[in-house]
Design a protein around this ligand. Structure first.
Ligand SMILES: CCCCCCCCCCCCCC(=O)CC(=O)SCCNC(=O)CCNC(=O)[C@H](O)C(C)(C)COP(=O)(O)OP(=O)(O)OC[C@H]1O[C@@H](n2cnc3c(N)ncnc32)[C@H](O)[C@@H]1OP(=O)(O)O
Ligand SMILES: NC(=O)C1=CN([C@@H]2O[C@H](COP(=O)(O)OP(=O)(O)OC[C@H]3O[C@@H](n4cnc5c(N)ncnc54)[C@H](O)[C@@H]3O)[C@@H](O)[C@H]2O)C=CC1
Length: 259
């Protein structure tokens, strides 16, 4: 039967210890799914998983590590028998102009590379490995075996001052969504990406207060930051609608960021 809800599904969520990923893990478990919560060893991942009970297992994972991701997938297979949905939420941000003329400082190259490595390369690392397990599923009546959901950002389209690295990393996720969907189509695995606007999470809270206040004032409607469960709701919508594929979906209160 085509997927019509999350009950009985097995999901893997990276960045599941905080913010949008945590909200996704919580919604999945609430709706009867089982989840492998992947996040850094130092994260709150174990506490979050323990609080959710037997249907959530924490697997310490750096998304840039092949070994870590493979270990998480082994747990999915051994403990839950399969994988249906992989959700890439793990990500980092940075705020630094290309060149700070006040301080005569260029953007640090290692910092730029780290953002690309975690956000873009890390997401692809999870996809390339997770679909191997998803591909072992029996196809449903539609021929579907599962779905991969990535997280870009409105910054992929309207990057602000100081967002060269972050916007590049998120723009790359937009760019790879369709070719990955095309690569996986014959196996009945879908690939979609969510581009969130401003959501009330620790990552957004790490921005300078002045930038946060200014940004929040520019959201047309609803005139507020997004609730992480509203992101998680979009994840569920993508899982439940088999005709969504190869697309990037903004969830942003119609914000269009200014410089
Ligand atoms: C230092 C904090 C480190 C934070 C790291 C984590 C960042 C996480 C970002 C990702 C969050 C995820 C959200 C998401 O995906 C959706 C979005 O993208 S929301 C948009 C987020 N916006 C940004 O990330 C902007 C980042 N840029 C900046 O914070 C600043 O541009 C920067 C710190 C790089 C440079 O500021 P500064 O050195 O102060 O530059 P100036 O001296 O030229 O500033 C002049 C003046 O203008 C104000 N200003 C600077 N940048 C912005 C901006 N982007 N928006 C609004 N106002 C800005 C600045 O405060 C100065 O005002 P004064 O009145 O003169 O103090
Ligand atoms: N909060 C917002 O307004 C928006 C967030 N996003 C994106 O949504 C995703 C989630 O962001 P938030 O929940 O806001 O941030 P968050 O900081 O609350 O959560 C991010 C999680 O990713 C984990 N993580 C970081 N690097 C990792 C790595 N190498 N391996 C595994 N896990 C790692 C962190 O430990 C953390 O638990 C990120 O990709 C972010 O870029 C996109 C648009 C808007």
């Amino acid at each position: 039967m085509p997927i019509r809800n999350l009950k009985g599904l097995v999901g893997l969520v990276t960045g599941g210890a905080s913010g949008l990923g945590k909200a996704t893990v919580e919604r999945f478990v609430r709706q009867g799914a089982r989840v492998i919560l992947c996040d850094l060893e130092k994260s709150a991942g174990k506490d979050v998983a323990d609080n959710l009970g037997d249907n959530c297992i924490f697997s310490p994972t750096n998304v840039t590590s092949e070994a870590d991701v493979k270990k998480a997938l082994e747990i999915a297979k051994d403990k839950f028998g399969k994988l249906d949905v992989a959700v890439n939420c793990a990500g980092i941000g940075i705020a630094f102009k290309t060149y700070n003329f006040n301080k005569k400082l260029p953007h640090n190259l290692e910092d730029f590379a780290e953002v690309i490595t975690v956000n873009t390369v890390g997401s692809f690392n999870v996809i390339r490995l997770a679909v191997g397990l998803i591909g072992e599923n029996e196809p449903d009546a539609d021929g579907q075996r599962g779905v991969v959901i990535n997280t870009s950002s409105v910054a992929a389209f309207e990057g602000q001052m100081g967002q060269a690295a972050y916007s590049a990393s998120k723009g790359a996720i937009v760019g790879m969504t369709l070719p990955i969907a095309r690569d996986l189509a014959n196996q009945g695995i879908r690939c979609c990406t969510i581009a969130p606007g401003l959501f009330n999470t620790p990552l957004l809270a790490s921005l300078p207060e002045k930038v946060q206040t200014y940004l929040a004032s520019t959201i047309p409607f609803p005139k507020r930051l997004g609730d992480p469960d509203e992101y998680a709701h979009m994840v569920q919508t993508i899982v439940e609608n088999p005709y969504l594929n190869g697309e990037v979906i903004r969830v942003d209160g119609s914000i269009r960021m200014m410089a």
